[in-house]
Design a protein around this ligand. Structure first.
Ligand code: ZN
Length: 267
């Protein structure tokens, strides 16, 4: 059973669509895959150049852009977390309307792949809006929340007394469980009962974005992206969405991370 649970989790993929994230199975050859890189410290080395044609072939040859994208990822995935990021995929997101995602590629949530849609990364308005940076921070938040240091892979759902999601039991003192206990415990039943848009419209002041209302995991990632990329809210704000952003300020290591990433991105 334990192995079965682990297997289920291996195939869970966290994807951010142009309009949000979905969970789905990872394919052997990633859909839209152009080039897969192995991450070695500060550098990337080609693992696979997928068989592509036409525009995708041009994208494949444009390794300067691959390196630029990697450069941006390095500014966001700070050195303390770099060893958890094992692969970077350059892909074309047109077919699935995806712009970035992360997926756990080991059976213990220690190793992750980040995928970036090169066809969206260089869209003029897209880069102007800093959306790629925001999305990469959102994806990085999933690694922060669900990596092996934060979850207990040996606990089955029935044994898990903290927040259980995507086949893993979050540790009691993990960021994700603390976030869940503070902001989701009381609304989880309502969230389950209502359709998402009704739930969101009734709870607008609780979420930094509509997408954040999808699930606790997505709320965590969206709120973390706000925490990193936006000015901090007033400390006496009564809005739950602001109190959520301020949740991260309680952790000195996350405040330090915020300074580092903002400095790297020139904020
Ligand atoms: Zn997400």
């Amino acid at each position: 059973m334990k192995n079965k649970l682990k297997t289920i989790f291996i195939y869970l993929i966290i994807i951010i669509l142009v309009s949000g994230c979905v969970f789905k199975k990872a394919e052997k050859v990633p859909k839209g895959g152009i080039t897969l890189y192995k991450v070695s410290g500060d550098n990337i080395n080609t693992l696979s150049d997928y068989d592509v044609v036409g525009k995708d072939k041009e994208y494949q040859r444009d390794i300067i852009k691959h390196q630029e994208i990697w450069g941006l990822i390095k500014k966001i995935v700070v050195p303390e977390y770099r060893d958890k990021l094992k692969e970077m995929l350059i892909f074309n997101g047109e077919k699935e309307n995806l712009d970035a995602y992360v997926v756990n590629i080991s059976n213990d949530t220690k190793e992750w792949r980040i995928g970036v849609a090169i066809n969206y990364a260089y869209n003029k308005d897209y880069s102007k809006s800093k959306r790629l940076e925001y999305n990469l921070v959102h994806e990085f938040a999933h690694i922060i929340a669900l990596n092996s240091d934060q979850v207990d892979m040996d606990k089955k759902k029935q044994q898990c007394t903290s927040y259980y999601t995507l086949g893993v039991c979050t540790k009691t003192d993990s960021y994700m469980n603390m976030f869940y206990q503070e902001f989701w415990k009381d609304i989880a039943a309502e969230h389950k009962k209502l359709n998402r848009l009704d739930f969101y419209s009734m709870n607008k002041n609780k979420f930094v974005s509509e997408y954040a209302s999808v699930s606790p995991v997505e709320d965590f990632a969206e709120t973390f992206a706000f925490f990193i990329t936006k000015d901090l809210p007033e400390s006496n704000s009564l809005y739950v969405k602001d109190i959520k952003v301020l949740f991260f300020t309680k952790y000195p290591e996350l405040m330090e991370m915020r300074d580092t990433i903002r400095n790297n991105l020139g904020y």
